[in-house]
Design a protein around this ligand. Sequence first.
Ligand code: XIL
Length: 346
Amino acid sequence: MNRAAGQSEPVEPLREIAAKKGRIYGGAALQSVLSKDTEYARIFARQCGILVPEGELKWGSLRPSPTTYNFAPADWLLSYTKANRMLMRGHTLVWYQSLPKWFDGYVNQGNAKQMLQDHIATVVGHFSGNMHSWDVVNEILYPEDKIQGGWRNTPWLKLLGPGHIEMAFRLAAQADPHALLVWNENHIEDESYGHENKRRIWLMQLQALLAKKVPIGGIGIQSHLVGGQGQVGGPKFRQFLTDVSNLGLKILITELDVQDTGFVADPKQRDVQVADVYDRYLNAVLQNRSTIAVLTWGLSDQYSWLNTFVPRSDGLLARPLPFDASFQPTLAYYATRRAFQSANPI
Ligand code: XIL
């Protein structure tokens, strides 16, 4: 690996370029990675103004048993952010994935409400005053499940009905009145019927929650974009951003990366294709003055989840992020930089 160990990378930190426009740039990382790879930890802190723990705050990692919490890895990450003057965001309190093994056998209609209440009070309370924002709920819409309201048929929905969503936001606000409370979703970024339908339903549900004074402060758009599939940053998507911002909500791009499995093998050409997606997408989202933050799901290709979850069939490393596996800036870095530079200040 061709790493310029000990040298500061020549490229300007994205966190500073974003800050000039009143925005935040950052990324997701694992404690197990940052604590071992000191060179990566240095570059990550130089580039990122905000960190989101990639897994450490999910039930599956945080809850070894029904009565215990393992805060150690996330606490390590919090100290790291403080030492590097970075913000931290929490991900996530209510999600149908990454539930602990004991969940199904232990949580039932009799104790589900109490379990969720305790979890949110304890976890949000633990980090109270230290979190920029929380993904209170994650991926709770899935119209394909054909449930009234467009809800995903999750364990929490089965146990508690859609009321658990409102409950989760209210509990989080009680436990930390200062964190921005976010509803995070996927698959809403392109101009296809499926994405437009989900945006329509989301907007409707957001309006309904706000009408009930549920303390929701913003939406998180995951933005796991799939290269070569669908038109991103298009007019219907931009209209949705306008509609969301007219509701008074902030917009966060929470998990940006570009899956390159459909792109050519040659890294140089592939980078052009990936950067083109970054370019279109980020210019669209940063046009909107409610877009306060952009986070990529990782920073270096070396540690991207896509290499494990959606590997390329030719066995080559994916190139979804602003820095390559040698920690050199890719064209996606330059596209991100340009998008921030041409954004309106907020
Ligand atoms: C992924 C992580 O990157 C993996 O390391 C983990 O094992 C599984 O989850 N949408 C989300 C994230 O909201 O939490 C997911 O993160 C990626 C998709």
